[in-house]
Design a protein around this ligand. Structure first.
Ligand SMILES: [Zn+2]
Length: 649
């Protein structure tokens, strides 16, 4: 069956797997409630979580990726059923009591190792949000808020992607063909940000972002409800709760980080905007004021003018085989790890082009499995992604349960005589996703609740972004990039030009991300909000971004990440800052340094989410970085490399 699970050889098997898991979980709940507080309590909780996650996580993947509808449907059903049980468990007072007894017992708590203590606290954190520790009345309120928030999230997500309709006569005839016609109306489904026609981008921006009253009230209710729930369970704001246990730890640190980053960027951003304005003046002299709909287009145009990177020239050097060789060679030099293709059993994979890799350490042996679902197929989501299918954990019998993950990409198939060729962007994504996979494979946590990538959001992208630094380094690329026909290596200046091209207008791009992150923090900060969400957007945009707010628009209603990344939109920037520091301090001098690779594994990857993230960073860098260090790392990455610049001009 799928992933080697015997009962999953047909869609009906999900029912069986689910029933088994639910039965097992019932027994574990009883066991947890009858066990005196001690390290065993945490182990039972993790076992309980494992029995449910093993089916739910697997089903989570199958429901979106399996080509067979019946499988997808069965998986969806299993997800729903397990979700309901998890919700029940989260409000099970007796179960919660058994954990509270442990956390309240200072002597026992002190005797636990840090990982066990942290995992106990993390389980409690999950209980807390359902208000289980509160009196009857407040608990009811919490349950209602949770239900309401879930609905609002779904409605907001749907609303964020809905097109806006407009009477076609409002738009000049010569640009109407850019939008989908529907009788007398035109549908505007996006920003058309890369369209060369200024007027089309302007129209799309103003129409797509035209405020929708329902969506606006949904957002305002969502933010207010999140705030009420957070306060009900004992936090100042939603942001305070969301940032508990993260690298940033609290909203104040995030605020400082974003503020300092914005200050440091502002001059560079100004320069970028000036360049874009000049470019606009050249192409459109009548109307040269730089507007928000111009940013992506003109930064692209500047990049093209300066570097004229043609991905097609790079592709022949990046065959999938060569890239995988490159990863294998990098991992073996850095970590003593090799990737081996393994034969799959009948029914183990969901599509015949899925490959299974065994991850093997030179002395420790098999560490886990990566299923590579790399190729396009109809109905497959078009998004690069890493899925944990089974978390690693120490079993009761002393064996280690090996982690299993899936990497999903959307690469073109090979054709007769031509292997699958990756563009530079795809190659970088492959390295990025492999960074997540290695985090999963090398995490050796005792508990699956904190396996590999199950760590705080602002730390989760560190291993993957670090791999991007490797993917952009000539010494690494030169090990594997060979023309698939001639065997010629990729010329060095092509690699450096590619890297430099990414820095064009990168300050303005980062500034935009800072603006979004600040907005997210304010929305999830102190309530009631001082002003309407639109007024806050306007104010923040002018202060933190720099391009003017356009009246009668409300970009925040399209900010779908507010749902999944509420109060954590800054995470990507912070992860990048850490990855940048690790790269510069530990690998830039020698990207194949085994001692550094071992330190990286020991200090960062091995702990998954089982250790406070800042302690992992300190262990790796052997110092405690300040907010300024974070900011400097990000900003110095924007500096041009003069060698390339000079040889180029
Ligand atoms: Zn990622």
């Amino acid at each position: 069956g799928l992933f080697g699970v015997p009962e999953l050889n047909c869609p009906e098997g999900f029912q069986e797997a689910q029933d088994k898991a639910l039965q097992e979980s019932q027994q574990l709940v009883q066991k947890a409630c009858s066990t005196p507080p001690g390290p065993e309590t945490v182990m039972i909780f993790d076992q309980l979580s494992d029995s449910l996650c093993r089916v739910a996580d697997l089903a989570d993947f199958v429901k979106i990726a399996h080509p067979d509808f019946a499988f997808r449907e069965a998986a969806e059903e299993a997800c729903r059923n397990i979700g309901t049980v998890v919700e029940k468990l989260n409000t099970d007072v007796e179960l919660c009591q058994s954990l509270r007894r442990l956390l309240a017992d200072e002597i026992v708590m002190r005797s636990l190792d840090p990982e066990t203590r942290r995992v106990a606290e993390l389980f409690m954190f999950d209980f807390e949000i359902s208000g289980i520790h509160l009196d009857e009345e407040k608990r009811k309120k919490a349950v209602n808020l949770n239900v309401r928030i879930l609905d609002l999230c779904n409605e907001f997500l749907t609303g964020a992607h809905l097109p806006n309709k407009i009477d076609k006569h409002v738009l000049p005839e010569h640009i109407r063909y850019n939008f989908t016609a529907e009788g007398n109306y035109l549908q505007v489904a996006g920003l058309h940000a890369d369209c060369p026609d200024d007027l089309v981008r302007e129209a799309a921006y103003k129409i797509f972002l035209y405020p929708n009253a329902d969506q606006l009230s949904r957002l305002e209710e969502l933010l207010a409800s999140r705030n009420s729930l957070a306060q009900l369970v004992g936090y100042d704001t939603f942001s305070h709760r969301a940032l508990q246990g993260t690298m940033a730890r609290n909203p104040e640190t995030v605020r400082q980080f974003l503020e300092k980053l914005s200050d440091k960027l502002s001059k560079r951003t100004q320069k970028d905007f000036e360049m874009m304005t000049k470019m606009k003046m050249k192409l459109n002299p009548q109307n040269s004021k730089l507007m928000p709909w111009d940013h992506p287009y003109y930064s692209g145009a500047l990049r093209a003018e300066r570097y004229n990177i043609d991905p097609g020239l790079y592709c022949p050097f990046f065959s999938l085989g060569a890239c995988m060789e490159g990863l294998n060679s990098l991992f073996s030099q850095l970590l003593g790890i090799s990737l081996y293709a393994e034969q799959t059993q009948r029914g183990e994979v969901w599509s015949e082009d899925v490959r299974k890799l065994a991850v093997v350490h030179e002395t420790e042996g098999l560490l886990g499995y990566i299923y590579c679902d790399f190729f396009q197929r109809p109905d497959k989501p078009h998004q690069d992604c890493h899925f944990t299918v089974r978390g690693g954990r120490l079993r009761e019998n002393g064996e280690y349960q090996l982690p299993v993950v899936v990497l999903m990409l959307s690469l073109p198939h090979s054709t007769r005589g031509t292997p699958t060729l990756l563009s530079p962007g795809m190659m970088e994504n492959l390295f990025h996703e492999m960074g997540h996979a290695m985090h999963s494979m090398l995490g050796r946590t005792r508990y699956q609740h904190v396996t590999g990538t199950r760590c705080p959001t602002d730390f989760a992208e560190v291993p993957s972004i670090l791999m991007e630094y490797f993917a952009n380094d000539y010494r690494v690329v030169n090990q594997f990039a060979r023309h698939y026909k001639t065997g010629q290596p990729l010329p060095k200046n092509m690699v450096s030009r590619l890297c430099e091209s990414k820095k064009v207008c990168a300050a303005a791009d980062m500034q935009l991300q800072v603006f979004y992150a600040v907005l997210d923090q304010i929305y999830h900060g102190k309530h009631p909000l001082r002003k309407s969400t639109t007024e806050i957007l306007k104010e923040t945009q002018e202060k933190v971004y720099g391009l003017p707010y356009v009246p009668n628009t409300a970009w925040q209603l399209r900010f779908s990440h507010l749902v999944g990344y509420g109060a954590k939109y800054y995470s990507y920037l912070m992860s990048r800052a850490v990855a940048s520091m690790v790269w510069k301090q530990c690998f830039a001098q020698d990207p194949f340094d085994r001692a550094m690779g071992e330190r990286y594994r020991r200090e960062m990857l091995a702990h998954g989410g089982g250790k406070e993230p800042m302690l992992m960073v300190q262990g790796m860098l052997q110092k405690s970085p300040s907010v300024e260090d974070f900011v400097d790392a990000l900003v110095s990455d924007l500096d041009q490399d003069f060698e390339t610049f000079i040889t180029d001009s």
